[in-house]
Design a protein around this ligand. Structure first.
Ligand SMILES: C[S@@+](CC[C@H](N)C(=O)[O-])C[C@H]1O[C@@H](n2cnc3c(N)ncnc32)[C@H](O)[C@@H]1O
Length: 300
């Protein structure tokens, strides 16, 4: 753990939420803009006609609000968060602000199309939807090559990749896991499935294929590949018949709407959820040791 305060805070949070029934978030997903330098096939965010870019003051208020709720980890999301600017402030200014407020750890999620060398985020999630042609088909020609060059240059020690499996890239799961293992700039790979928000339903992978892929990922994990998902969490994602604890993360959307849990609930897509975190959280609440260990290694 990078922050010693979390060694006290995390067991206390777990006790309050697991045994006293309190629902307080531990993590915040904060959308800071919705402008993006890509138009990915699976994404319904970039399509908005007038981009929203939050100002520093609003982001400060939203961070303070989330901190007061109990959150101690923040992920800056977009749009493409590395595009965020206000005067001479950039994404690193927001990372410093979150740390000043008291967050233990900050994360950014990026498409890695721009250089992020010098990022002060504690960890970086790069979205990788397959190798070569698979990634390019979803995200646009040349995007895989730029991603590869930028993660090599950044050489960030806590950089992991996030693959969202859909009807276009499911044949590439095994090779993407191999790629992550062999790329010295990647620490872990996380496997998620496409969640069919309105306008992207056709990319939802059918349940038989999802189960096949989960079995493959479990086999790879057991063989020692650097996969973030735990076996317990993956098994839960096969049928989704578990109690969702999705209030562990609060979401603040780009229009300022504050959700106490994943926006998938409002969108009515929980029964086809692909976010691995839902299975992982349930496994944590059921004290699955493999999941607790996976969570700890993720936090460095
Ligand atoms: C919306 S993007 C924004 C951050 C950044 N521009 C990027 O591409 O990583 C954040 C993450 O959400 C994932 N994502 C987008 N739509 C999704 C969906 N319908 N289901 C699951 N994940 C999705 C993306 O693949 C990406 O990893």
């Amino acid at each position: 753990m990078k922050n010693h305060k979390s060694l006290i805070y995390l067991p206390l949070w777990f006790f309050q939420t697991r045994f006293l029934g309190k629902k307080k978030p531990l993590q915040t997903v904060l959308f800071i803009n919705d402008n993006c330098n890509l138009k990915c096939k699976h994404c319904v965010i970039y399509a908005r006609s007038t981009p929203i870019i939050k100002n520093y003051k609003q982001i400060r208020q939203e961070l303070e609000y989330s901190y007061r709720l109990g959150s101690r980890f923040v992920d800056f999301e977009g749009g493409e968060p590395t595009l965020w600017r206000e005067g001479n402030r950039d994404l690193n200014s927001l990372i410093r602000l979150a740390k000043e407020i008291g967050f233990f750890s900050t994360t950014i999620t990026t498409n890695a199309q721009r250089s992020f060398t010098g990022s002060e985020a504690d960890s970086i999630w790069v979205s990788l939807d397959g190798t070569g042609k698979y990634h390019n088909e979803i995200r646009g020609e040349g995007t895989f090559e730029r991603l590869e060059a930028n993660i090599a240059t950044a050489n960030h020690l806590e950089l992991s990749v996030n693959m969202v499996v859909n009807t276009l890239n499911y044949p590439a799961v095994e090779q993407t896991i191999e790629y992550a293992k062999n790329n010295p700039h990647i620490k872990l790979i996380s496997i998620n499935f496409h969640t069919p928000f309105e306008g992207s339903e056709e990319l939802f992978l059918d349940w038989d294929k999802r189960r096949e892929i989960i079995d493959l990922v479990i086999a790879k994990k057991k063989a020692g590949y650097p996969i973030m998902n735990s076996v317990s969490g993956l098994k839960r994602m096969k049928a989704l018949n578990f109690k969702k604890q999705c209030w562990v993360t609060n979401f603040i959307m780009v229009d300022g709407t504050r959700y106490a849990e994943c926006q998938g609930k409002t969108a009515g897509v929980c029964n086809r959820c692909g976010f691995a975190m839902s299975g992982e959280m349930n496994a944590v609440f059921n004290l699955r040791p493999d999941t607790i260990f996976a969570g700890m290694s993720l936090r460095g």
